[in-house]
Design a protein around this ligand. Sequence first.
Ligand SMILES: [Zn+2]
Length: 236
Amino acid sequence: MSIALHLYRWAAAAQCLFKLTTCPICQTTLAPHEERLCTRCAANMPRTRYHLWPDNPMERRLWGRFPLVRATALMHYQRGSSYAQLVWMLKYKGRRDLGPALGRRMARELRSSSFFDDIDLLLPVPLHWRRQWQRSFNQSYLLAKGIAQVTGLPIDTRSLQRIHFTTAQAHHAGISRWDNVSDTFRLRHPGALAGRHVLLIDDVLTTGSTLTACADALRNEPGIRISVLTLAIAGD
Ligand SMILES: [Zn+2]
């Protein structure tokens, strides 16, 4: 093996170790008991605490779209803020380790409430296979993985399928964004989720059109109940 290759591998390993031992918000070195975020940045996270709030603003945003049992998000998404960077790093900067870590954080903070009561399964919003191939992972699945590790709930990645390849959501707004995702999902095996209480998992709720499109694919299942959990919510 050439010296250059050794050096390259050493540099890559050092960079990886630096990422895992440094708080991505403030860049301080993490203590052994701190998971991905330092204690100060974790404490200062702009939490919604919507799970403690009946008829919270996230639920109201989804009212009238589909029958919703409950919804919450861990934090507010403020574009350009250091906490919004977490989502950006997870989705676009290869920090897939942040997904399970943030999922575990969400679950630990919610499990003292009744939020997970009677949930049967976690349903991460699927990516189209082309998007997943491009990105090599699904950030909603990574969040669900962390939630499953804490709650023990199963993750269902088979039932819901994204059948349309949509262009980047960030470039769509308002009505055009809605058109972009409607009829985007389908159930592989109709009837398989009958009578179940599913928890849809996504990274950021903006207009709610993606989650509504998921619910549209699910809502004809007899007796299904749908709740929503996202890492962040924009615009509230
Ligand atoms: Zn920090």
